[in-house]
Write a protein that binds this ligand. Structure first.
Ligand code: PNS
Length: 160
């Protein structure tokens, strides 16, 4: 029984994140997407909006029995330990992600030896998609409807 957590800001969830979620549930027995609540970071969407967008997307995809959606504050290793999770899942798009993710994984390993970080490489069509870029393109009038799940696009239309 391998329990995994997919942590992130998800500001907002993109099709790249959704791809990681769909592939992860084929690997792990228990899978939770968990949104970081970090009041000192200026997010575009509130915590409840980000959680709601993920829940609505998971429901639309018919995955509500296989994906838990949660949020956390403070250190990820403490949250993972409370949840009795053995694995942290992170997506890797390019070499530019690697350095940050490598440092992050090593720090988490240093803090909790029992916790493993597993990286899934992005599927090719999503390799250039990031939450911040999607928001920037949308703000400037570009089409992002094919880059985020429909519930996210609807929320973007209301918010931005
Ligand atoms: O989507 P992001 O912003 O790249 O996700 C980063 C996240 C939320 C996974 C990371 O910032 C995190 O886990 N923060 C919680 C605080 C923590 O544990 N910091 C030390 C990490 S080594």
């Amino acid at each position: 029984m391998v329990k995994a957590i997919y942590p992130g800001s998800f500001d907002p969830l993109t099709n790249g994140h959704l791809d990681i979620i769909k592939r992860s549930i084929e690997i792990f027995d228990d899978f939770t997407v968990s949104v970081l609540n970090n009041p000192s970071k200026k997010n575009l969407f509130t915590l409840s909006e980000r959680v709601k967008m993920i829940k609505n997307t998971i429901k639309l995809e018919g995955l509500e029995d296989r994906v838990n959606v949660d949020s956390f504050e403070g250190l990820l290793v403490h949250y993972a330990s409370r949840k009795a999770a053995k694995v942290i899942v992170r997506g890797l798009r390019a070499m530019t992600d690697f350095e940050y993710e490598f440092q992050f994984a090593l720090m988490n390993k240093n803090l909790d030896k029992k916790l493993e970080t597993i990286f899934l490489t992005t599927s090719e069509p999503y390799s250039f998609i990031s939450s911040s870029l999607v928001v920037e393109v949308y703000r400037l009038g570009g089409n992002v409807a094919d880059k985020v799940p429909q519930p996210v696009f609807e929320c973007m239309q209301k918010t931005i």
